[in-house]
Design a protein around this ligand. Sequence first.
Ligand code: BGC
Length: 360
Amino acid sequence: MKKILAILLVLCLILTGVFAGGGRESSDAIKIGVSMPTQSLQRWNQDGSNMKAKLEAAGYKVDLQYGGDNDIPTQVAQIENMIMSNCKVIVIAAIDGYSLTEVLKQAQDKGIQVIAYDRLIMNSDAVSYYATFDNYKVGQFQGEYIRDKLNLDKNDGKTYNIELFTGDPADNNVNFFFGGAMDVLTPYIKSGKLVVKSGQTTKAQCATPGWSTEEAQKRMENLITANGYGPKGTKLDAVYSSNDSCANGITNALINAGYTKDNFPIITGQDCDIVAVKNMIAGTQAMSIFKDTRTLAAKVVEMVDAICKGTKVDVNDTKTYNNGIKVVPSFLCEPVFGDINNYKSLLIDSGYYTKAQLGL
Ligand code: BGC
């Protein structure tokens, strides 16, 4: 009898563990909304699918949506649907950080928690948490790369020509990327060591609407024409670019102007997109920043889980990200520098890309 009781007790413990222990079964019915900006840029597809896979593995139902091709009304409508269908948490990478104030009031009224993903959502107190990379550091690494490659601290009387590109003005990250880079580069521009021949140095002048490759290419073509840049013309030593989609457009324009890997200006980037890594291998982009979307997605899944279970959400920054209404508690992941010398260990050995994806 005692033996049977003991067996029953063990069985009971196992069953309670399975159904209430935070495992698959208990969270099975909980729905999480994931709203990504676009499928046209590689990284967001990776972010979206990583998060879906990880959330599903943790037992959640996932409504993953992409906002058309960066279409703000589409994203707003998708978020509205997520609210109507009772998602418990909604994770959002905003197309336009300033356009979600109204729709998020509805989420707040229903007690739905919102996590801003990668990009901060502005002017809303409905945002509970923010998970991103250290965006200032991204810009700083890019600026320092240009400083070091051009040896700007060397007192040799040489000057260098540079042009500057950043991303969409409605993306709060731009303030940090461009800000971080300009904090490094501005002293050299002021001293005349770095020369921006176009005179375009403000965030507004250097913006690229929608982070579009085509827009960046058009602006670079105009800069080439207006300033006479070319392998046989005015020397161009570097182009600061906040990310890879812009770098790609800049690179296209420079190749069309006759530059080759032997005389290519230093171009910076961010994301380690496949196209950018191929350009690094070909010698037409100098560096990129690797933001491992697997790490960010894992962090967000951890946040979602903590919210759903009512446990403490892990953050590591409670000062930096003010969205105009409040400072949003944030978790900042570490960005990593990538170039021709470390891309193999960074991207292939880590399983992020296969050799075949990089055309190797
Ligand atoms: C992201 C970058 C990305 C850019 C364009 C930014 O908000 O942080 O990783 O390159 O958007 O999609």
